[in-house]
Design a protein around this ligand. Structure first.
Ligand SMILES: [Zn+2]
Length: 280
C-alpha cells in the first residue's frame, strides 16, 4: 500500500531525508523502485502534471501499487508543482498519496487561501500536501516554473503559511534552482538554519537537488531537510544513455536492449542519491 508523505516523515525521523524522484516515463519506474529496494530505503515517486497526463493518473497509481507490493518497499506517489486545484483533486481521487500545490507565483494571501482548499480536501482522504513559499527559479518539465528571478523564502511568510494552511511539507527557496546541472548552487545555510529551527512540525523540502554538491547536500540533510527532489539528473542521464544505444541500433534491435542501460543508470542514481540523503 502506498504511504502518505506524512507517514514517511514519521517513519524516517532522525534517519534521513527522503529522496523524491521525478519519473519522466513509465519505463523508468521499475528501476527507480528497485533502487530503493536494493538500498532498503523509502522512496517518493513524483510526477509533474505533464507527465501525469502523458502516462495517466490511473496507470501511475496501479503501477506504483503493483511494484510496491511486489518489492515490499515504503513508497509514496506525489504530484509535483501543480497550479490547478482541480487536477490535484483528480490525482487524490485517483490514489496519489501526496500532492504539491504551487501557489508561489501568487501573493501570500491568495497562496494561503488556495493551499487551504487543497489541504482541506486532502485531509479527508489521508493525503499529504506540500506548499511553496518564496520562488525557486528555473525550468521544470521543459516549462519555466517561475518567470522572474527566484527570491528567497521570507521566514515570517513561511511561518504564517504553515500555521494557516496546515501543510505537511513546505518547499523553501534557499538558493537552489530547477534544472541546474552545469554548476552547483550556493545555499543560504543561515536561512535554512532559521527556517529549520522554527518549522519543526512540518517537512522542509529542497527542490533543484541535482544542482547541489554532495557536501552541501549532507549539510542540508543534517540541518533538517526532510524531502529532496531530484528530477533533472534522471532526465539528463536517461537521454545520455539512449543517445548511445539508439545511435547504433538497427530496425531489428530489440527496443528492450536499447532501454535497459538507461534503466540501470536510473537505478544507480536512485541508490547513490538515497545513500547521500541518509544521516550519518
Ligand atoms: Zn520543484
Amino acid at each position: 500500500m502506498l504511504k502518505s508523505l506524512d507517514q514517511l516523515f514519521k517513519e524516517n525521523e532522525g534517519k534521513r531525508a527522503i529522496g523524491s524522484f521525478n519519473v519522466h516515463c513509465l519505463e523508468m519506474l521499475p528501476a527507480m523502485l528497485e533502487g530503493a529496494k536494493e538500498l532498503d530505503a523509502p522512496i517518493i515517486i513524483q510526477t509533474s502534471p505533464g507527465t501525469a497526463e502523458y502516462i495517466g493518473l490511473d496507470l501511475l497509481v496501479s503501477s506504483m501499487n503493483t511494484l510496491v507490493e511486489r518489492l515490499g518497499i515504503s513508497a509514496c506517489l506525489h504530484m509535483d508543482h501543480c497550479k490547478s486545484i482541480e487536477f490535484l483533486k483528480e490525482a487524490i481521487d485517483a490514489g496519489y498519496t501526496s500532492v504539491m500545490y504551487d501557489g508561489s507565483s501568487l501573493d501570500l494571501e491568495e497562496n494561503i487561501k488556495n493551499t487551504r482548499i487543497v489541504t482541506n480536501y486532502a485531509r479527508s482522504k489521508q493525503v499529504s500536501v506540500e506548499g511553496e513559499v518564496g520562488t525557486i527559479g528555473g525550468a521544470e518539465d521543459g516549462l519555466v516554473v517561475v518567470a522572474e528571478d527566484a527570491s528567497y523564502t521570507h521566514p515570517e511568510d513561511a511561518y504564517r503559511f504553515v500555521r494557516e494552511t496546515k501543510v505537511d511539507a513546505i518547499a523553501v527557496a534557499i538558493g537552489t534552482t530547477h534544472g541546474q546541472y552545469k554548476s552547483k548552487a550556493k545555499i543560504n545555510f543561515n536561512l535554512l538554519t532559521e527556517l529549520s529551527a522554527n518549522l519543526q512540525d512540518v517537512g522542509l523540502v529542497l527542490h533543484g537537488g541535482t544542482g547541489v554538491s554532495d557536501e552541501d547536500m549532507r549539510n542540508c540533510v543534517a540541518q533538517g531537510m526532510k524531502k529532496v527532489n531530484v528530477g533533472t539528473e534522471l532526465n539528463k542521464s536517461y537521454i545520455e544513455e539512449v543517445n548511445g544505444t539508439f545511435s547504433s541500433a538497427t530496425p531489428l534491435t530489440s527496443l528492450r536492449k536499447l532501454l535497459l542501460p538507461a534503466n540501470n543508470r536510473i537505478k544507480d542514481i536512485v541508490i547513490e542519491k538515497s545513500r547521500l540523503f541518509q544521516l550519518m
